[in-house]
Design a protein around this ligand. Structure first.
Ligand SMILES: Nc1ncnc2c1ncn2[C@@H]1O[C@H](COP(=O)(O)OP(=O)(O)OP(=O)(O)O)[C@@H](O)[C@H]1O
Length: 307
């Protein structure tokens, strides 16, 4: 099957800045791929090249098997695009008028009123675009991206500026799209968004991919994990460490609060609970702590994801 998006050795510079520096990735059809990275990582540049709005310096980009620039006319009805600040040019029209306008270009559009309901803008349907809040404009931009029933959608920071309820609504919508077999490429600064929505997360920094995989793979890869539990204070931790696999450590962070670090394997967990049993120790609230994508990013780049 043709990949929804296939990017090979993509390079794009602005003057002396290499915004995208040799990027290679593929989005299988029907999957959600999240480009995650701090400001300036090159996410928007990548997505805009895929949308045909910018030209690459070198490398190749295929979108639904086609060239986004030379085949733009063939791609337009099949691809939905949600830009950052996407509705700025249409400020005089109402939300409903704008969705109807975009629907008029499509062969089999969604019903405009129904789509506004789905994105939570029914009450604002008659409001001029310029009077919508930033979050409402974002949701309108999302509706415009979807009105033509695209096979593939590009969402550039789809939930930036949205309130928590709208964010969750947008996440549900992306899940529905995925359920309908639509391929989605989104950019985000939000770890939870990438973790919640993406089949594959591509972590970018300074124009390059620093890690990619499923959220579970990324948070597991090379993971030095940790286990926490509570028990009576002043356990004999020397004896515990002696029982654990080599390389593990145990500390009592606060009286009765214990932290075991090391490679978290089933054996580690079994050894720990067996040691507790041998000491007649009841371990309360024992849990394995996962690394977050934030931890992964910090390890890979030495910097925080949020800038
Ligand atoms: N039109 C432009 N002219 C000059 N430099 C640009 C232009 N667009 C982007 N850049 C620079 O290219 C780099 C990548 O920017 P890009 O917008 O692609 O990153 P991003 O990951 O999408 O960031 P953000 O999250 O802020 O949107 C940055 O250093 C940015 O300043």
């Amino acid at each position: 099957m043709t990949a929804a998006v296939e990017i090979t050795d993509l390079v794009k510079s602005y003057g002396g800045t290499r915004a995208v520096d040799g990027l290679t990735l593929a989005v299988p059809p029907g999957e959600v791929l999240a480009l995650l990275g701090p400001n300036g990582a090159g996410k928007t540049t990548t997505i805009e090249i895929c949308e045909g709005f910018r030209r690459a310096d070198s490398g190749s980009v295929r979108v639904l098997g086609l060239d986004p620039v030379t085949d733009a006319g063939r791609l337009r009805p099949r691809v939905g695009v949600m830009l950052q600040d996407g509705v700025g040019g249409y400020t005089g029209a109402t939300a409903l008028e704008l969705v109807r306008l975009f629907a008029s270009y499509a062969a089999h559009p969604h019903d405009a009123g129904e789509l506004l309901r789905v994105v939570g803008l029914t009450d604002a349907a008659g409001t001029a675009v310029k009077r919508l809040s930033g979050g409402q404009q974002q949701r309108l931009s999302l509706a415009l991206a979807l009105v033509a029933r695209p096979e593939l959608v590009f969402l550039d920071e789809p939930t930036a500026g949205m309130d928590p309820q709208s964010r969750r609504g947008t996440w549900d919508l992306v899940r529905t799209l995925r359920g309908d077999g639509v391929s989605v490429v989104l950019t985000t600064h939000f770890l939870d968004e990438a973790e919640q929505l993406a089949d594959t997360v591509v972590v970018m920094d300074a124009g390059r991919i620093v890690a990619q995989g499923t959220p579970a793979e990324l948070t597991r890869s090379g993971a030095e994990g940790q286990i926490r539990f509570r028990a009576v204070p002043a356990l004999a931790l020397d004896s515990l460490v002696a029982a654990l696999p080599p390389g593990c450590a145990a500390t009592e962070d606060a009286p009765g609060h214990y932290l075991v670090t090391g490679e978290v394997t089933p054996q580690l967990l079994a050894t720990l609970t067996a040691w507790c049993a041998s000491q007649q120790v009841m371990a309360d609230d024992l849990h394995v702590e996962k690394r977050t994508l934030e931890d992964v990013f910090l390890d890979l780049t030495g910097r925080e994801l949020r800038t």
